[in-house]
Design a protein around this ligand. Structure first.
Ligand code: G
Ligand code: G
Ligand code: MN
Ligand code: NA
Length: 255
């Protein structure tokens, strides 16, 4: 309850900010995207993880304000990077189902903000979760179409952990799947997990989906994923999520 009332002031007081984690083209070994990840530096409690406050924000309706903050901040940063360092860079933005509820109002505002910064739709990706498709499919599917019209790509986050039905992959227009980090972690020790990841990559490619592997922590994992033909990867092996300045340096100097 305390956290909730504190959260109402967190953005105006400048306590929330974004970190950016690079996503690499695994073959070229180049940064092609960043994922924006929100952080909250509470004045007395210190860092509060999003896994704790995002659910509260969703229940309380504050996710609208927080999601708008994440959107504006991340595309502003993206516009700067595209102008100065990397013209084709893409920003991957986590979204909550609640942000798609108000029959397209949010989308109109976001599209307008993209236009104002001269950013094309394909400069950003919206990450959604399987649960979101499952519980809110009728709301979401119209809006996914509108995103597609604007050129915005959609990635299914945490792939394999939700109540996923493979049917969703066909029913909704999705461009990327992000293999959940738990599968990548298990690859380190088990042949089963390796086979599973290989199978996910080839299935995805058959369905014309690109694949991002999350949570790559070792060279071994990276090499296996490259062997499987996995397109993109992110994880501590390449970089932790970074503050904007450090991410800028990484972009300048290369990974
Ligand atoms: O950054 P970290 O690993 O602590 O993120 C934990 C969880 O919080 C992840 O599931 C991530 O998708 C989610 N998350 C991080 N930033 C955002 C955000 O801006 N919006 C939403 N909805 N979720 C986020
Ligand atoms: O659910 P989502 O995929 O959006 O969550 C992303 C979260 O995963 C971020 O909070 C980020 O801090 C975390 N993360 C990113 N790379 C790694 C990694 O290599 N290992 C672990 N354990 N966590 C990671
Ligand atoms: Mn994500
Ligand atoms: Na994930």
């Amino acid at each position: 309850q305390h956290i909730l009332s504190d959260m109402r002031h967190a953005i105006p007081r400048g306590e929330m900010y974004l970190k950016y984690q690079p996503i690499l083209d695994l073959n070229a070994q180049e940064i092609v995207k960043f994922e924006a990840l929100i952080r909250w530096n509470h004045p007395t409690k210190g860092a509060i993880p999003p896994s704790m406050f995002i659910p509260l924000a969703e229940e309380s309706g504050l996710i609208g304000v927080i999601g708008d903050f994440v959107f504006s901040e991340s595309i502003l940063q993206l516009a700067k990077w595209r102008k100065t360092l990397s013209p084709n860079l893409v920003m991957s933005i986590n979204t909550s189902p609640f942000q798609y509820m108000e029959s397209g109002k949010n989308l109109e505002r976001w599209f307008h903000q993209l236009d104002q910064l001269d950013l094309p739709g394909d400069a950003i990706i919206f990450e959604i979760t399987e649960n979101m498709l499952m519980h809110h499919s009728s709301n979401v599917s119209d809006q996914l179409l509108a995103l597609r019209d604007k050129g915005i790509n959609v990635a299914l986050d945490d792939f394999g952990t939700g109540y996923s039905s493979l049917a969703y992959l066909n029913r909704f227009d999705i461009d990327f799947i992000k293999i959940d980090q738990s599968f990548i972690r298990d690859m380190e020790s088990g042949a089963m997990a390796q086979d599973l990841c290989e199978a996910i990559v080839s299935m995805a490619h058959k369905l014309n989906l690109h694949v991002v592997a999350e949570g790559i922590e070792t060279e071994h994992q990276m090499n296996l994923l490259i062997k499987y033909g996995c397109d993109l990867g992110q994880g501590y092996y390449f970089s932790y999520p970074l503050e904007a300045d450090a991410a800028t340096t990484l972009l300048e100097e290369g990974i």
